[in-house]
Structures are given as structure tokens and as C-alpha cells.
Design a protein around this ligand. Structure first.
Ligand SMILES: [Zn+2]
Length: 83
């Protein structure tokens, strides 16, 4: 069904230096490596705690990581377009 509102991510995300892609061939690019997706097809949950910025496919996975790696069950500092 149609989304009730447009997906949203923060307009500013942390940046890192870009690295040149030396592996992708012109054939792969022309075959269509990239496509438009949406929150239902591609859930995105980013741990924004302590400049972590690891990406997870579900909130459950993010919270498992957070408990293990940050020793926290805090549900703040999550960047997502799914909620
Ligand atoms: Zn984290």
C-alpha cells in the first residue's frame, strides 16, 4: 500500500572520505547495480551512539549490538527511516 508519509532521514549524516571503486566494471554498472528502494524493502537502522554509525537491518539487531558493544539498552540515538 502507499506510504502515508515520505521516508525521512536526517539531512546531514556524518561523512567519511570517499574511496575510489576500482572493482566495479562498466558492464556491472550498465547492468544496473543500483536501484531506488524504500523503507519496507530495505529497513535501515543506524546506531548513532558514540560515533558508531554501524548499520543494521532491524531494531532488534541494533539493540543486540548496542547491548554487546556499548553495554547499553538505551533506545535513543537511532537513525532510521522505518519509524
Ligand atoms: Zn553502536
Amino acid at each position: 500500500m502507499a506510504q502515508s508519509s515520505h521516508p525521512k532521514l536526517p539531512s546531514v549524516l556524518p561523512s567519511i572520505p570517499a574511496i575510489q571503486d576500482v572493482e566495479t566494471t562498466p558492464e556491472q554498472v550498465n547492468a544496473g547495480l543500483a536501484r531506488v528502494t524504500n523503507p519496507t524493502e530495505t529497513p535501515i537502522y543506524i546506531c548513532a551512539m558514540q560515533s558508531c554509525y554501524r548499520l543494521f537491518p532491524s531494531k532488534e539487531r541494533l539493540m543486540q549490538h548496542r547491548k554487546r558493544d556499548h553495554d547499553s539498552e538505551d533506545e535513543e540515538d537511532i537513525i532510521t527511516w522505518n519509524e
